[in-house]
Design a protein around this ligand. Structure first.
Ligand code: PMP
Length: 461
């Protein structure tokens, strides 16, 4: 039996990691050459690594550790459930109390008319469920040809064949035969990068109208659903102009196209409401959930389904499901996480304390000569780096070069900010305090100063 503990020297852990562990979305040979950072523990908004560094995690892991690290209540919920019933499935006419309670609680929190939950193990799985469910819905209604899905370039819906195909990441589509047939991508509402001289409002409307053009091109009788994140996360925290979602809603209603709101990042408080759909004024038929549902402590995802679709799907055998759909331990932890969010008034903390403090820290960072703007929705934000902020200009070198340099300077200053291209991404635990946001601001300023100097020294600015 291989014995690996946090007490081993970092270099030894890195060598073993490089020898056997294939990392997601990584050039593993490059990583092996420098060695992965070994994270050993977490408390609140801070991570500790094998070298003893205390790192402020302004990404909440991968946008998920909303309650922060080290919450004993979540550990206890898992322990209790493991002792009582560690696993049972929900396939063969059986159920269990964690799945019953969690589905009921989610239905209580979800917007009106969304009262049914199909569980999955992740956001990707849940979006694969959605793809099959909307097609099955229309087929059962006598419209099997109403099967095409429209989504957006640079949207992210997961990494499996179905969800990755619905996502609009060209670098993912370049590998492994994606997108599968029947998926179509329209432009994204990214005014900062693509809006040119248009006002954000004009641009938002123009991008929404691309949906109508695409529906007309395919024929509304062939289009099952439109899927989108209320606020794009992995694409760079792209907040649509105010004109965008109302027009999308109008178009979908006019053409009888279902709306799937991918709430994997936006859900459970990230934008200051329980769901990003509420923040953005969207009335979806299905919402994808994962990540913040369990604060990332255990893997769980799901689809919150409206009454109308559930009525049709529940009338037939839907030949779909996962071994871990509604896993009792994951469901028990998610339920406890939802209790904490409510009992500790986390939404009030976000709206009255954390989000205003984060916004003012970001406003100060946006004055930095390297920062070309600011996108913020509650507790998710991005700072696009730019050589000329007035023109919203891009750098002359490959996209992502400056962003990567900045991410490395963040790490060196004990701060996790992710980069998407040349945008720096911020999505801290929702429970972050104003004092911790001050630490974020100090470290981010240092990282930006160092990146600025590095770019200048290398003749890149
Ligand atoms: N949808 C969105 C909006 C996401 O951000 C993600 C993950 N970043 C997913 C789906 C996929 O979730 P998972 O990685 O749990 O499969």
């Amino acid at each position: 039996m291989t014995s690996v503990s946090n007490h081993l020297p970092t270099a030894e852990l890195q060598a073993l990691d490089a020898a056997h562990h294939m990392h997601p979305f990584t050039t593993n040979d490059e990583l092996a050459a420098k060695g992965a950072r070994v994270i050993t523990s977490g408390k609140g908004v801070f991570l500790r690594d094998s070298e003893g560094n205390e790192i402020l995690d302004a990404m909440a892991g991968l946008w998920c550790v909303n309650m922060g690290y080290g919450r004993d209540e979540l550990v206890q919920a898992a322990t209790r459930q493991m002792a009582e019933l560690p696993y049972y499935n929900t396939f063969f006419n059986t159920t269990h109390t964690p799945a019953i309670a969690l589905a009921a609680e989610i239905a209580k929190l979800a917007p009106e008319g969304l009262n049914h939950v199909f569980f999955a193990g992740s956001g990707s799985e849940a979006n694969d469920t959605n793809l099959r469910m909307v097609r099955t819905y229309w087929a059962e209604k006598g419209h099997p040809e109403k099967s095409h899905i429209i989504s957006r370039k640079n949207g992210y819906h997961g990494s499996s064949m179905g969800s990755g195909s619905m996502g609009g990441m060209s670098y993912m589509h370049a590998q492994g035969g994606m997108p599968i047939p029947g998926i179509h991508h329209i432009g994204q509402p990214d005014w900062w990068a693509e809006g040119g001289d248009m006002s954000p409002e004009e641009f938002g409307l123009m991008r929404a109208k691309e949906l109508e053009t695409k529906i007309n091109e395919l024929g509304a009788e062939n289009v099952a659903a439109f899927i989108a994140e209320p606020v794009q996360g992995a694409g760079g925290v792209i907040i649509p102009p105010s004109t965008y979602w109302p027009e999308i809603q109008r178009i979908c209603e006019a053409h009888n196209v279902l709306i799937i709101a991918d709430e994997v990042i936006c859900g459970f408080g990230r934008t200051g409401n329980w769901f990003g759909s509420t923040t953005m004024g969207i009335k979806p038929h299905i919402m994808t959930i994962a990540k913040g549902l369990s604060s990332g402590y255990v893997p769980i995802g799901g689809s919150i389904v409206c009454d109308e679709i559930a009525e049709v799907i529940n009338a037939v055998e839907f030949n779909h499901g996962y071994t871990y759909s509604g896993h009792p331990v994951c469901a028990a932890v998610a339920l406890e996480n939802l209790r904490l969010l409510q009992d500790e008034n986390v939404m009030d903390h976000v709206n009255n304390v954390a989000a205003p403090a984060l916004r003012s820290a970001l406003e100060k960072l946006a004055e930095h000569p390297l920062v070309g703007g600011m996108n913020v929705a509650g507790m998710m934000a991005s700072l696009p780096l730019s050589p000329d902020k007035d023109k919203r200009a891009k750098f002359a070198m490959d996209e992502g070069t400056a962003g990567f340099m900045c991410r490395e300077r963040c790490f060196a200053n004990n701060l996790v900010m992710r980069h998407v291209g040349d945008r720096m991404i911020i999505s801290p635990p929702l429970v972050i305090t104003p004092e911790e946001i001050d630490i974020f601001h100090t470290r981010a300023t240092l990282a930006l100063d160092e990146t600025y100097k590095q770019l200048k020294d290398n003749g890149m600015l």
